[in-house]
Design a protein around this ligand. Sequence first.
Ligand SMILES: Cc1cc2nc3c(=O)[nH]c(=O)nc-3n(C[C@H](O)[C@H](O)[C@H](O)COP(=O)(O)OP(=O)(O)OC[C@H]3O[C@@H](n4cnc5c(N)ncnc54)[C@H](O)[C@@H]3O)c2cc1C
Length: 372
Amino acid sequence: MKDFLVIGGGVIGMMTAWQLAEAGHGVALVERGRCAGEATWAGGGIISPLYPWRYSAPISQLASWSEGRYAGLAARLVEETGIDPEFRQKGLLYLDVEDEDEAIKWARQVNKPLSRISSKAVYSREPRLAEGLAGGMWMPTLGSLRNPRLGQALRAKLKALPNVDLHEHCLVERLTIKRGHVSGVETATGRVAAGQVILCGGAWTGLLLADLGINLPVRPVKGQMMLFRTPLVSSERQWLERVVLRAGRYLIPRADGCVLVGSTLEEAGFDKIPTPEAKDSLYASAISIMPELAECEIEHHWSGLRPAAPEGVPFIGRVPNVSGLFVNAGHYRNGLVLAPAATRLLVDELLGCPPIVDPEPFRPALRTANHC
Ligand SMILES: Cc1cc2nc3c(=O)[nH]c(=O)nc-3n(C[C@H](O)[C@H](O)[C@H](O)COP(=O)(O)OP(=O)(O)OC[C@H]3O[C@@H](n4cnc5c(N)ncnc54)[C@H](O)[C@@H]3O)c2cc1C
């Protein structure tokens, strides 16, 4: 029997399992598909909330703790697994921001380098953007990564750890609970026992808890994205080099010249089928930022389900009324950026270490009580 069992092999579950294993514990991770096959794969990989000044303090605290760790984390994963998550810190260009004054005020308060820049400065950074831009805002420290590769690297890391058992293609059907204590899970292929269980099931997290009469309000919010293949210019410079954000939609460059456009926000339950309407809308957004994309092939169009907790504040901590059961879910649009801090916060609670930020705003007990 392992000390800990993690349900869900997304970025949250895998980073949790890794940290517990590194602390010397035996860990089982149970994933119904292949690890990093859901939101963790589908996301854009921007390592910041999109408009960070619009978020509450608890999210900002987790985000800024994580942002400072990604360069080291990515370097370590390349070295130890040979898989490069392509973390790049090339900055973010904001266009047409309505609340620029708020943004600048926030940046001063948190000491972030965010400034207004002229039209000339915008085009000197990204010459292929649409004509007629009067200026923008520039955040040079913004990082992004190729999240499918982050997922592959984390999976490879876990597979190499002798104290981790990875059960893929193994659906958790229910939690095993006796006298108010969780002792493992029932899966499609048998029982897996553990001392403590951590639910990291992304948008599906509430389903397992609903069986226990606990209403954890994490709902799926569908997001569709598209990938253009631009011609490779040189190893130094591609058509697009920086993340660009306009009217809530963004372009993200990849090192191989591909450009992602995202994303839609749709209440469609657990439906993940990409739609022609979303494709048209994403295409229009992409062209409005960089018209020359109209000449490029659309290589892929997909969707994923974001796990949305109220106000995007994830549930992190002990599940009320069931001893030994913990949850880390509901990171909504920011699961990749929040993952290092959110998982560390829970691992510290599990191991009895001092918390990196105040855990109270994330505690399930206070926020699920009215729904039980
Ligand atoms: C279009 C889009 C764009 C995004 N862009 C960004 C971005 O730029 N930056 C950012 O920070 N975030 C972004 N996100 C959000 C981010 O992807 C998610 O918040 C994050 O991946 C959530 O990670 P997770 O591990 O909680 O969930 P998931 O990655 O969904 O993992 C949960 C896992 O649990 C498994 N599971 C569920 N139930 C069971 C069960 N009963 N038994 C076994 N396994 C189970 C699932 O199969 C799944 O693999 C984006 C999301 C989308 C959809």
